[in-house]
Ligand binder design. Structure first.
Ligand code: PLP
Length: 355
């Protein structure tokens, strides 16, 4: 990224050589991202973040693809839920929520029912992996169901891009979304993948950047950084996955040894992100200040979704699966930069705090 922050200042929309240099950097980044995901360069659109990419997919599906009903789930990220809420009101469209099973997974039989319910063109938005409880959905099965019913399928893959292998030419999806900071790239840059047969209009209006699909001068260093980060993540994927899985397993084992039945792991352990562990402690007078107590010891973890922490609204995801609100829950996220020692320290701090 550094050359584009220190010397290569050309505006990619300018025709002079200085601008062409940065235009080339963007197009090379697009090729890199497309190549790593098994997509075509023309299917990748850079955005400011995952949220913007999701807005683009939802808006385009209502405004340009003629979707007249919506299926989603109550455990999606707010980028999806709030955007669907807005568009369904604007276009007066019905929204069906797929039932969530006790383990937090989408009820596929109910999805079938909803897809068959009526003939109006349907927009489906279901996430690949849940950012709070880590559950992973079978994207191939769900995508195929959507394609079989001629529905438009958007899958929020913000948690899985850079952490799993994607071969988009073989995957039944119309839209997926990514965000660089989830795979050690810079913040404030994301992308939308839009399958080449899908044609929507621009979401941001103005200039002709991103092939008329997203007006506004590009975040050149962010785009270059996103592509590089994805390349690095892909190169070391097998090794990093095994290492991070080891950390997660160690944490689970140590927590079970320390807390026995008073610790609950939320979500579906058989289908879970290796980077996320959602840990519920049965409520007690010592469990409610947990995050604060970890923070003052420099252990950074989240309550519900980090994206709305500070708002202190509680988690809409946990509300679905921990209906009696039995636990105080912490979401631990692991990366290749964490160590076993950090895991051991965290568990001993938890023991100290919870008694
Ligand atoms: N979707 C999921 C599953 C996320 O975890 C996040 C952010 O944490 C987003 C969407 C939003 O991404 P961004 O913060 O890049 O807008």
């Amino acid at each position: 990224m550094l050359p584009y922050l220190t010397t290569h200042f050309g505006n990619p929309s300018s025709v002079y050589s200085y601008g062409r240099e940065t235009r080339l950097a963007i197009e090379n980044a697009r090729k890199t991202v497309a190549g790593l995901l098994g997509a075509l360069p023309k299917e990748i659109f850079f955005t400011s973040c995952g949220t913007e990419a999701t807005n683009m997919a939802i808006h385009g599906s209502m405004a340009d693809l003629g979707c007249r009903r919506i299926i989603t789930s109550p455990t999606e990220h707010h980028a999806t839920l709030h955007t669907i809420d807005h568009h369904s009101k604007q276009y007066k469209l019905p929204v069906d929520q797929v039932r969530i099973l006790a383990n937090g997974q989408v009820d596929l039989a109910h999805l079938d029912e909803l897809l068959q319910k009526d003939d109006r063109k349907c927009f489906v938005s279901l996430m690949h992996a849940n950012n709070e409880i880590g559950n992973m959905m079978d994207i191939m099965t769900v995508g195929q169901k959507c394609f079989d019913h001629n529905a438009i399928f958007h899958c929020d893959t913000v948690q899985t891009i850079g952490h799993y292998v994607f071969d988009l030419k073989k995957m039944p999806v119309h839209f997926i979304t990514g965000s660089a900071h989830k795979f050690h790239g810079p913040k404030g840059i994301g992308f939308l993948y839009m399958e080449s047969s899908v044609k929507i209009g621009p979401y941001l209006l103005g200039g002709s950047q991103e092939r008329n699909m997203r007006a506004g001068t590009e975040n050149v260093y962010g785009i270059v950084g996103l592509a590089k980060a994805l390349q690095l993540a892909t190169e070391t994927y097998e090794h990093d996955k095994a290492y991070i899985e080891g950390l997660k397993t160690l944490m689970k084992t140590l927590l079970c040894d320390a807390f026995g039945d008073s610790v609950i792991f939320h979500g579906d352990p058989s289908n879970s992100l290796y980077t996320v562990l959602s840990v519920g402690f049965l409520k007690s007078d010592r469990s409610d200040m947990l995050l604060f107590n970890l923070d003052i010891r420099n252990i950074c973890a989240s309550g519900g979704s980090a994206c709305s922490s500070g708002a202190n609204q509680g988690s809409h995801v946990l509300a679905e699966i921990d209906k009696d609100n039995r636990t105080d829950t912490i979401r631990f996220s692991f990366s290749k930069y964490n160590t076993e020692e950090e895991i051991r320290t965290t568990v001993s701090v938890l023991k100290e705090v919870l008694g």
